[in-house]
Design a protein around this ligand. Structure first.
Ligand code: FAD
Length: 305
């Protein structure tokens, strides 16, 4: 049943007609639990509140799978607006983005042009930028472009997904760049030809890559809501004398907020991924796919209206 629901919401996340409808009708139907608002002003307020509680942030102007240059340029402009807001308002925030929204599917030239514009603005405002990892078909290209950008800029990192078979090799190959990586389980629907279908295997691989990357001496962001993985990371750090400034935990806005604050109180760095913008539909559907309890929460919200 859980697998069926997951497949259903991941299918919905790619539906173009529903994406358009969602954009038109705004943040209704419970999406506001996971999305900070449609404007940078609303997102700024949310970030200020999180910062007050000791939580760091990475902000994401929502959008993905852009297929024309004009829209890709506008997406990049909006990320730059977010970076400037971080600088101006002195927010304790980094930036996250998806390269399909910067023109990854259009051409190398378009995506590199937009990424360099963003990284220049980020350098000026002392903001770190993480390139989210999208579906498997874009993984190789994303890593190649990341390597190119990392050779030009210090303030850029990317994401590695534990569910992919290729991941261990990526961690080994990326080590030459000493990258700051966010490690995650993986959120897209992938074929068993490229990704572990069984959650248990994903968890084993997740622990393996956390250990590899941390013991390689690279800064590691462990992005998960899973207490078993959090505990594993804490113990690993303790055992190998890895100090708390060498790694951080990350969670999504609206998911386990009490746990986020608890980890800060225990002396760990916790960064919250805060998405905002009008293109929230695909992101929202992936959150529903992850956890049936999220669907129940949203349904309750609708019924109360
Ligand atoms: C900051 C951040 C950035 C991310 N970036 C990317 C990316 O670039 N690319 C990508 O593919 N994916 C990304 N993801 C998503 C990620 O791949 C997973 O899909 C998502 O985090 C769910 O997996 P999980 O590790 O939280 O554990 P799950 O396997 O979903 O959950 C494990 C356990 O955690 C606990 N748990 C989970 N949710 C809750 C809850 N709401 N309340 C209480 N307990 C809960 C439960 O005990 C559950 O059994 C990101 C996730 C985070 C947190």
């Amino acid at each position: 049943m859980e697998q069926l629901m997951r497949d259903f919401f991941l299918f919905l996340s790619k539906n173009k007609a529903l994406t358009k409808l969602a954009k038109r009708y705004g943040l209704r139907f419970g999406a506001s639990r996971f999305v900070a608002g449609e404007t940078i002003e609303l997102a700024t307020k949310v970030i200020q509140e999180l910062n007050k509680n000791g939580l760091l942030v990475t902000i994401d102007y929502l959008g993905e799978f852009v297929d024309n240059e004009k829209e890709a340029n506008e997406m990049a402009d909006n990320s730059i607006i977010a970076i400037e807001a971080i600088g101006r308002e002195k927010l304790q925030s980094q930036l996250s983005l998806k390269m399909t929204s910067m023109g990854l599917d259009i051409s190398d030239q378009v995506v590199l042009h937009n990424m360099r514009r963003i990284l220049e603005a980020a350098k000026k405002n002392d903001v770190f930028v993480t390139i989210d990892m999208e579906d498997y078909s874009r993984a190789q290209k994303t890593i190649e472009i990341f390597k190119q950008l990392k050779s030009e800029y210090d303030n850029v990192g990317t994401v590695i997904q534990a569910y992919l078979y290729r991941t261990e090799k990526d961690i080994v190959e990326l080590n030459d760049f000493h990258p700051n990586l966010r490690l995650v389980k993986g959120a897209y629907k992938e074929s068993p030809e490229v990704a572990y279908p069984d959650k248990k295997d994903v968890d084993v691989n997740f622990k393996k890559i956390i250990k590899m990357h941390m013991l390689n001496g690279n800064y590691t962001a462990v992005a998960t809501h899973d207490d078993a993985i959090i505990e594993y990371t804490k113990q690993l750090a303790k055992k190998h004398g890895i100090t708390n400034d060498q790694f951080e935990f990350q969670m999504l806005y609206g998911i386990r907020p009490e746990r986020q604050v608890e980890l800060v109180k225990d002396g760990y760095t916790m960064r919250v991924y805060v998405p905002y913008g009008t293109d929230w539909y695909g992101y929202f559907m992936r959150r529903l796919a992850e956890r049936p309890a999220n669907v129940a929460f949203v349904l309750k919200g609708i019924l109360k209206k």
